[in-house]
Write a protein that binds this ligand. Structure first.
Ligand SMILES: Nc1nc2c(ncn2[C@@H]2O[C@H](COP(=O)(O)OP(=O)(O)OP(=O)(O)O)[C@@H](O)[C@H]2O)c(=O)[nH]1
Ligand SMILES: [Mg+2]
Length: 187
């Protein structure tokens, strides 16, 4: 039985808590407090410490899902969770002021997760605004980090099936990377 620890990062209101709620098979541990920054994200609450959920993939692989706060003033949690994680889902909302720049910031911040495991990007709230499509995000990624292999999805975090596709892609990438590393060590 393998275990994966996956981090969900991205700006406030991108849908990290929503995604973990959609995916988790156990009741999600949430740490929401009243949102005093309605300008950045017009919603009642915001995550102040972490979200936690779990899902089983395949026969018995447990995936631990951690969501981190989007607000920088809570970024002490980022460091703690970063050390445990092996995979990263960057969610970025298409209606943010500069979603492409925002995605690149999160990738820089968590680049060691790419080296240790894998990263996928989900562009959310594409139905709310006619923003840049996934190709724009992929091109920016390729230009900034040609060494990284990062799939980009357009996703609605409220939809369990869409989030499952994103998560399974990430888990497959992590396992492929681990298998290749193991094979290199044998030779
Ligand atoms: N229409 C639409 N709404 C979305 C989409 N993705 C997320 N939302 C909504 O946007 C809000 C996102 O809120 P959260 O899930 O709390 O966002 P978060 O990333 O956890 O934010 P912080 O914890 O504050 O950093 C929720 O109200 C979602 O229902 C989408 O693709 N389309
Ligand atoms: Mg949240």
């Amino acid at each position: 039985m393998a275990e994966h620890v996956i981090l969900f990062a991205g700006p406030m209101g991108a849908g990290k808590t929503t995604a973990i709620e959609a995916l988790s098979e156990v009741p999600v541990v949430r740490t929401e407090a009243a949102n005093t920054d309605r300008e950045t994200a017009d919603k009642a609450t915001t995550t102040v410490a972490l979200d936690y959920g779990e899902i089983t993939v395949g026969d018995s692989d447990k995936v631990r899902l951690y969501g981190i706060p989007g607000q920088r003033r809570f970024d002490f949690m980022w460091q703690i969770l970063k050390e445990r994680a092996r995979g990263l889902v960057v969610l970025v909302n298409a209606d943010a002021p500069d979603p492409v720049a925002s995605m690149l910031e999160y990738l820089d911040e968590f680049s060691d997760l790419h080296d240790r495991g894998g990263v996928v990007v989900g562009v959310t709230r594409s139905d709310v605004v006619d923003g840049p499509g996934p190709g724009v995000f992929s091109d920016a990624l390729q230009a900034a980090h040609p060494e990284m292999l990062v799939p980009v999805f357009t996703v609605d975090p409220r939809q369990t099936d869409q989030m499952t596709t994103v998560l399974l892609t990430l888990v497959a990438n992590i396992e492929m990377r681990a298998a290749m590393t193991a094979a290199q060590e044998v030779h």
